[in-house]
Design a protein around this ligand. Structure first.
Ligand code: ES4
Ligand code: ZN
Length: 318
């Protein structure tokens, strides 16, 4: 079973495999606080979102040069191709790099070079979504967006991620500026945070898709609205399992969501950390829930519907 056609929720830095972390650290003359790849991998046991984020930010700190970012993106695209992905919308935490002294231009040029070559090299169409960090002040996101808009790097959209603490509303101006510049808008909400956070990103930020959104299920009226407005949710089952948003994949509320008419899609989030790429997410969910061919077809169609592509590309992906 190889299902994926599209991947709509993957953090580029979350595809950073231990082998590549070590290789790039060595190239940059940096020492890692781990003995070897196995020692690093043994730390991939998380108690929740923050315990994961701590390691995620630490590991990405070995990325310094344009080549490092291009290598990371190429490694992901090669892996995605092998998993049957034909279209990928990739999140990139630009502030996590600029905050430690990497110029935005260096990071974005590296990523962009690999993404732009992807159709030719891997047969995968791509889009770059810069994700702002919710744990930092909205003013920092605004300054970052203003800087990025001056660079000549093709952007698809903006997102919001990291710890789901504090309101999203302060980011309204950032999202308005993004929209005014023709960018698409997505946001993480309802992962560890409550259903009200999902409402907030729809109503205040104008989010067109919700990343995770699993806790929207706690609000019946919100579920009805998401279904009626066909707002896609980018679910990440293995992420939710490893970060203990769900306790067991057998309890994953996918069927409830499909039955409610939600436009749910299956994605990998941070595949290097959570034990699988997008096809692994499909396979593990199918095993745990005994999904039917029809249910899998709906999930695949939802991904194509939720993708930010033009009609011609949508037709090719369908
Ligand atoms: C993330 Cl799983 C998850 N949640 C929120 N923000 C993130 N950034 C990278 N992975
Ligand atoms: Zn995510």
């Amino acid at each position: 079973m190889l299902m994926p056609a599209v991947e709509l929720h993957v953090h580029l830095e979350g595809t950073f495999e231990p082998e590549l972390i070590f290789a790039i650290a060595e190239r940059n003359g940096m020492n890692l606080p781990y003995d070897d790849v196995e020692d690093l991998r043994r730390r991939y046991e998380f108690t929740g979102l923050q315990s994961f984020l701590d390691l995620y930010y630490e590991n990405m700190a070995v990325l310094r040069t344009e080549q490092d970012f291009a290598d990371l993106a190429r490694a992901y695209l090669g892996r995605a191709r092998a998993g049957g992905v034909h279209h990928a919308e990739v999140f990139f935490d630009i502030q996590a790099h600029t905050a430690r002294g990497v110029p935005a231009e260096v990071a974005l040029r590296g990523v962009s070079e690999a993404l732009v070559a992807s159709e030719r090299e891997f047969g995968i169409s791509t889009g770059l979504i810069v994700t702002f960090l919710r744990h930092l002040p909205a003013a920092a996101a605004m300054a970052s967006l203003q800087e990025i808009l001056r660079l000549d790097v093709p952007l698809l959209g903006v997102g919001l991620c990291s710890s789901e603490i504090g309101p999203a509303a302060p980011f309204k101006d950032v999202y308005d500026l993004a929209a005014a510049n023709g960018l698409r808008r997505v946001a993480h909400a309802g992962e560890e945070g409550p259903a009200a956070n999902v409402r907030e990103v729809l109503d205040v930020l104008g989010a067109e898709r919700v990343d995770h959104g699993i806790r929207a299920l706690e609000d019946e009226d919100l579920v009805a609205r998401l279904a009626r407005e066909r707002v896609p949710l980018t679910l990440c089952p293995l992420s939710n399992l490893r970060l203990r948003v769900v306790q067991d994949l057998a309890d994953y509320p996918l069927r409830r969501m499909l039955d409610a008419g939600l436009v749910v899609t299956v994605n990998s989030d941070d595949p290097a950390y959570f034990g699988g790429y997008v096809e692994d997410n499909f396979r593990r969910l199918t095993e745990a829930l005994d999904l039917s061919v029809d249910e899998l077809a709906v999930l695949a169609r939802n991904g194509v519907e939720a993708a930010f592509v033009d009609d011609a590309r949508r037709g090719e992906l369908a």
